[in-house]
Unconditional design. Structure first.
Length: 94
């Protein structure tokens, strides 16, 4: 019985770790929200949804690379464009 409990606890810990989103530093989260809310038609709810989508897909390092490219008007790639279209459609329903 003890072994089964340990295995179950380990399995539940593994599942919760896999389903966690990537956490960004507070200043990055706040910066994202501030910039997002400047977009016409954006709401706090939609921006929070978009942030959740980013955190689910991109770790902070990848997010930072994308952010830097966007600020420098450099191309970010087709995968990012597809992601933004999908995430935007999802969050516009929110």
């Amino acid at each position: 019985m003890y072994i089964e409990g340990i295995l179950l606890l380990g399995f539940l810990t593994l599942i919760s770790a896999c389903s966690r989103k990537n956490e960004y530093p507070p200043e990055a989260t706040q910066g994202f929200m501030n910039e997002c809310e400047k977009v016409s038609g954006a709401t706090t709810t939609k921006c929070a949804c978009m942030l959740e989508q980013f955190q689910a897909k991109y770790n902070y390092e990848d997010f930072s690379v994308i952010d830097t490219k966007l600020k420098m008007n450099q191309p970010v790639g087709d995968d990012y464009i597809k992601f933004m279209n999908k995430a935007g459609a999802l969050c516009n329903k929110a």
